[in-house]
Structures are given as structure tokens and as C-alpha cells.
Design a protein around this ligand. Structure first.
Ligand SMILES: Cc1cc2nc3c(=O)[nH]c(=O)nc-3n(C[C@H](O)[C@H](O)[C@H](O)COP(=O)(O)OP(=O)(O)OC[C@H]3O[C@@H](n4cnc5c(N)ncnc54)[C@H](O)[C@@H]3O)c2cc1C
Length: 382
């Protein structure tokens, strides 16, 4: 028997109600938003849009009302995310706080941290980035070397983080630092901190990728002071805490909808009278996306029940990345048009962006090989 489960999960009536509301809001708010920007989906950073979503009450949806949340279910949140991604809404500014850092603080944060950070995240006013990877520490996260040394009232941090998505635009980094170097026990001695990125001793440099975008950054710490009350959870427990974040990071609809705008553009190009070949390709893509949706929804249901679906989340992310990455090749074979960032046609512009971005889909959030290693271990194969 397989060691993972994907129980069927239906959407309850409040989720279907919310779906209608979100669709109406997005139709109105994004009416003139161009396709090539929609193609960026959850990497598009737009503080105004995040504030608008916060004003709607659509960030931190399941969190307690005392912290600015709305005590709605994980399935309602799922539907909200799905609609945002399908519409290509620019959600990056609040995405990490909503998906990861908020839930982390609810689980491990102090009361003061929750009261300080969560309402600001929920209002769409405070943006978080993830400070895990470093030069020479990506897949092998336990090799993190950026050091936080205990000093009076807090810690002094030295080292650097790399590939920090929107690190130069966010207010706060949820960072993993080494507080107690133990060469023989690399998973011990790691600690999570909430780092105010405007602090003295922190330099942020954007990194330009091959599409010309500057989503990434390098963040350098030189004797940067982090106060004691910004330590998250327990000192030395960072590894376990980070692992608990990864189920949130790996299972959501963003793991199979990153190329959805390209699929829409492809269908627009084909129009209402497809050839047999076009109908077969679109039919197959639709079957795949429907299956991925049911799997991802099932993980949302598992999270809602308070269980840990980290193995299932890895399966969804791996299959989702395969699906998302295939889309530009399938579109090219079917439509035959060039990918052109300056093209007159929106299909060509979307194709250009997704083609360039798609190589990263099986790297971000854990590489394909690492995920397959986790799945193999979960299946008892290694
Ligand atoms: C778009 C994007 C956004 C990102 N955003 C962030 C962010 O916000 N914050 C952050 O901290 N990081 C971020 N990252 C970094 C990302 O987590 C790392 O790139 C990833 O973990 C891989 O690490 P690496 O780049 O050091 O590659 P490496 O770990 O050096 O891997 C290189 C290759 O070797 C393979 N490999 C490595 N180890 C093994 C192994 N044991 N078995 C088999 N194969 C192996 C990998 O699968 C990969 O193909 C982002 C990356 C991308 C592409």
C-alpha cells in the first residue's frame, strides 16, 4: 500500500460563495491588467494590490480574529488562492506572510510577535521573504553558515543569504541562522529569527535573472543586531520549525498554476473551433490540471484537519512542476508561434515570460531531485 493518501475533498458551500465574490472582485480590479503581467502570477509584486486584498479581508483568512484574521477554513483560503492565480493577480508582496510566516508565528511565535506582525500582514502592509538559502547552502539546507552570536539583548548576525525572492522589497525576513555550530550535528544549533531588513548592518542587492527581472536578491549581514524578542520558537529548534513550514510551501495551487495564463492564451489562440490535435492536447492538459487540483485540494483538507501532509505535499509539488514546465513546449508544438517579449500578440509575450521562468519551477521550494528523495524515503525505498 502507498504511504501517502489523497482523500477526496469537496468544496463546502461557504467556499463556493467566496469563489463568486473573489471572481467578481478580480474581474473588476484586474480588468486592464496585461496578460504578460498576469503570466507572472505569484511572483508579481504590487503593494497596492496587496493592500486592496487586505481591505477585502482576504489575507490571513483562517487566522484568529484577534490577530486580524477571519477564522475561515483552509478550503476557503484554497479557493481564494486558486482564483487569484488563475486571474494572474500580483500577489507576491503578501504571499509569503500569508502562506508561511503567519502560520509559523501562530504555531511558534510569542504573543507579542503575533500581535505585532499578524495584523500588519493581514492588512497587506507588511511583506515577508524567506531567508533559507545561502551561497553553497541550497538543497543541503543543514549546511547554513550565517551565524547569529549571542550578545547583550540579542544576537549579532554575520553572513549572507542568496536567492531571497523580493528580499529587497520586503520588510521582514524569516531567517534561518546558525546559533550553535556543531560540525558533527548539522541539524542542531539552527534558529529562526524575524529580521527587520531596514536594520543597520544589512545590505540588499537585487539579482537580475535571464528574463531581465529582479525578483531575487542577495542579503548581506555585517554585525547586524537582531533583538532577543525576534527569535522565533526555541533557540536550536530551527530545523524542525523550518520543516513544518515546508508543507505549507509545497502543496498549494501555486505549484501547478504557474503556467495557467499561458494555457488560457493558448486556448484563446485556438478559438472555438479546434482541430482534432488541438482538442486532444487541450483535453489532456485539462485532465492533468483537474487531477492536480484534486490532489492539492486534498492536501488543503488534510491541513484543515490539523494533520501533517508533508509527503503528499512533495508529490503535488513534483507532479505540478512537471506539468507547469511542459506547458511552453506544448504551446510551441501546437501553436508554432515565436516567444517574443516585445511581440504584438499577448500569446507571444506570455510565451516569452513563461518559457524563461519555467526552468526555475523545479528548483524553487526544493529541487526535483530533493523532492523525489523525500518521496522515495516516504515510500520506504531509501
Ligand atoms: C525562482 C526561485 C526562487 C527562490 N526563492 C528563494 C527564497 O525566497 N528564499 C530562499 O531561501 N531560497 C530561494 N530559492 C533558492 C532555492 O531554494 C534553491 O535554489 C534550491 O534549494 C537549490 O539550491 P541550490 O541553488 O544551492 O542548488 P544545489 O543545491 O547546489 O543543487 C544543484 C543541483 O544538484 C541537485 N542536487 C543537490 N543535492 C542533491 C542530492 N542530495 N541528491 C540529488 N541531487 C541533488 C539539485 O537537485 C540541483 O539539480 C529560490 C530559487 C528559485 C529558482
Amino acid at each position: 500500500m502507498l504511504p501517502f493518501r489523497f482523500d477526496p475533498q469537496d468544496l463546502p458551500p461557504p467556499a463556493l460563495e467566496l469563489q463568486k465574490e473573489v471572481r467578481a472582485f478580480l474581474d473588476e480590479t484586474l480588468r486592464d491588467y496585461p496578460a504578460e503581467l498576469r503570466a507572472r502570477t505569484w511572483t508579481g509584486f504590487d503593494a497596492d494590490f496587496s493592500r486592496k486584498l487586505g481591505a477585502q479581508g482576504w489575507i490571513g483568512l483562517p487566522w484568529p480574529k484577534a490577530y486580524g484574521g477571519h477564522e475561515r477554513t483552509a478550503l476557503e483560503r484554497y479557493v481564494l488562492l486558486e482564483e487569484l492565480l488563475v486571474a494572474g493577480a500580483p500577489v507576491a508582496a503578501h504571499w509569503i506572510g500569508d502562506r508561511q510566516s503567519g502560520p509559523l508565528l501562530l504555531k511558534y511565535g510569542t504573543e507579542e510577535q503575533r500581535q505585532f506582525f499578524l495584523p500588519k500582514i493581514a492588512a497587506g502592509e507588511m511583506y515577508f521573504c524567506i531567508g533559507m538559502s545561502e551561497p553553497n547552502s541550497g538543497s543541503d539546507l543543514a549546511s547554513v553558515r550565517t551565524k547569529a552570536e549571542k550578545v547583550d539583548g540579542g544576537y549579532l548576525v554575520n553572513g549572507s543569504k542568496l536567492w531571497t525572492t523580493h528580499g529587497h522589497r520586503c520588510h521582514t525576513m524569516i531567517a534561518l541562522f546558525r546559533t550553535d555550530p556543531k560540525p558533527d550535528k548539522r541539524h542542531d544549533g539552527l534558529t529562526q529569527f524575524l529580521v527587520d531588513l531596514s536594520s543597520k548592518g544589512i545590505t540588499r542587492r537585487p539579482i537580475y535573472d535571464h528574463s531581465g527581472g529582479d525578483d531575487f536578491s542577495e542579503v548581506i549581514f555585517e554585525d547586524a543586531f537582531v533583538p532577543q524578542d525576534r527569535l522565533v520558537g526555541e533557540e536550536g529548534n530551527g530545523w524542525a520549525q523550518v520543516m513544518s513550514e515546508l508543507a505549507f510551501e509545497r502543496s498549494g495551487p501555486e505549484r501547478y498554476l504557474s503556467s495557467f495564463v499561458l494555457m488560457q492564451e493558448m486556448m484563446k489562440r485556438i478559438g472555438g473551433n479546434p482541430s482534432d490535435q488541438e482538442a486532444a492536447v487541450i483535453g489532456r492538459l485539462t485532465a492533468h490540471i483537474t487531477t492536480l487540483r484534486r490532489m492539492s485540494l486534498s492536501v488543503a483538507g488534510t491541513l484543515e484537519r490539523g494533520e501533517n501532509p508533508s509527503l503528499e505535499a512533495s508529490v503535488v509539488k513534483d507532479l505540478g512542476a512537471v506539468f507547469e514546465q511542459q506547458m511552453p513546449n506544448i504551446a510551441h508544438d501546437l501553436i508554432g508561434a515565436d516567444a517574443d517579449p516585445e511581440g504584438a500578440d499577448s500569446f507571444e509575450r506570455v510565451m516569452a515570460y513563461v518559457t524563461q521562468a519555467s526552468v526555475s519551477f523545479s528548483l524553487r521550494g526544493g529541487t526535483r531531485e530533493i523532492l523525489r528523495g523525500i518521496i522515495a524515503r516516504g515510500m520506504g525505498l531509501r
